[in-house]
Structure formats: C-alpha cells, structure tokens
Design a protein. Structure first.
Length: 255
C-alpha cells in the first residue's frame, strides 16, 4: 500500500538524521530502551533509519524493525553495516502499519515518534491495534505515543522557517513549513533546500503530510475498547506531569 507518508520519507531518507531526528527535545530513545530492556522479541513499527531501533536492539534478544519506506530502511541497514557494533539480532522488513503481514509473536511492540498520528482516521488506529493482538505474546506489552494536540487556530498558515542546519558535507539544510488545519486533520507542507559548502543552491524537496492529532483520552479509549488494560502512562517520555507536555505515551497489555 503506497501512501503519501512513505512517499515523503522516500524523498527525505538521506536527510532524516539531520532533520526530524534532531527535532526531538526529550530522551525518547532512552525511554524506549528502558521499556524494552531484557525483552525477548521486540517489534518496532515505523522504525525509520534506526534512531530508536539500533539502541533498543542492544538491550533485547531480537528486534524486528518494519517501515513502509524502503529508502529509510536502506539507511538503517547502511548504519548497521558501517557500525563496529553491527548486530545480527535485527531483522528489517518493508511493511505498512496498516497492512501487517507477520506471524511471529512478540512480547513487546512499539510504534514510536508519534508515528501513529499519520493514521488519519480513528478506524485506521482501531484496525492497527486489532492487527497487533494475534502477534502479541500472552502478557506482552504494546506502547504507543502521540504528540499532545495544540491549538493551531492561533498559528499563521504562512510559510515559516523551521531551521538552517549544517550537513556533514559542509553545506547547509534549510527547512520551511506551512501548517493548514483541515477539519480534524492538519496538512503539513515542508520545503527542504540544500546548499553546498560554498553557499550554492543544489536542490529542493517538497513534501506534504496529513497528520491527525489524537488526544490522550482518545488513544486510551481506543486501547480499552480493543480489550487492552492500561499498564502505564507518561508525558514527555518519562514525566508524570501533563503540564505543558508535548508528548504522551501509553503502555497496555491484553486482558
């Protein structure tokens, strides 16, 4: 199933580690490492280039990492090949979260980095959660996280500069963004401009994503409706207070 989500990530796979991977201001990697430590078989949905998966693989017995974008997984594989600590306990597979094709059972499954927000209809989220039940071990855990919805009505829909960052080549990456609220879904357009070390413009990449914010209580209700019991909740990957939080994580197990 080809979607605009993986098409966008196909385009920016080589830039991801200098783009969205640097935007996280909390230690979500450490959080996921702590949650998966000592687990036998772990499934990471939406693994991207391995920002979270590679550290997780070092604390569990086996990691299966899936992503809908082949170029993102190729970057993941390249990191493993270049690392002196390349692990043989990682299996990579191209697979969309909306059409899982797995028979193995896992004692821990997580869908990190607020990627579930790309499922833009609650029915898609419910179908995704249901699809995990046959592959979750008895007493296994499921962990999801979402960004905490903000009031976009007060934001301008004009293009705004997100950042200008250095690239390993000596050049620069400039990203601009436009967010347009569309009923319950936000349309996010991003423009990436690459410049050489000499400041010469080299290329531009335009992407468009559709993101649906889910309130914590919505995610909690969907899990419970699917027969899960809530085991734990966190704000900003480890905090207990919701005050000014940017992210919400919830862990659950089947009843």
């Amino acid at each position: 199933m080809k979607s605009s989500v993986n098409s966008n990530y196909d385009l920016i796979a080589s830039l991801f580690d200098y783009d969205m991977a640097l935007n996280m201001r909390f230690d979500d990697v450490g959080f996921y490492v702590d949650r998966t430590r000592g687990k036998d078989a772990v499934l990471e949905v939406g693994s991207g280039t391995g920002r979270i998966g590679i550290p997780v693989s070092k604390v569990c017995n086996q990691l299966v990492a899936i992503d809908a974008s082949l170029p993102m997984l190729l970057m993941f594989q390249q990191k493993l090949q270049q690392s002196r600590e390349a692990s043989s306990n990682i299996l990579l597979a191209v697979m969309d979260a909306r059409s899982l094709a797995l028979k193995q059972k896992f004692d821990y499954i997580f869908f990190g980095f607020s990627s579930i927000n790309y499922l833009t209809h609650p029915d898609e989220v419910m179908a995704f959660i249901e699809s995990l039940k046959p592959i979750l071990q008895t007493n296994g855990r499921l962990l999801l996280d979402v960004f905490v919805p903000k009031n976009l009505a007060i934001l301008s829909t004009d293009w705004t500069l997100d950042y200008v960052r250095p690239l390993p080549s000596g050049g620069q990456l400039k990203r601009s963004k436009q967010i347009t609220p569309d009923r319950s879904v936000n349309v996010i357009k991003r423009r990436y401009e690459e410049y050489s070390a000499a400041g010469i413009f080299e290329r531009v990449i335009d992407t468009e994503s559709r993101i649906r914010p889910y309130r914590p209580e919505e995610l909690r209700a969907m899990l419970m409706e699917s027969g899960f019991s809530i085991c734990g909740e966190w704000w900003d990957y480890g905090q207990s207070s919701a005050d000014n939080a940017g992210f919400f994580s919830i862990e659950a197990t089947l009843l």
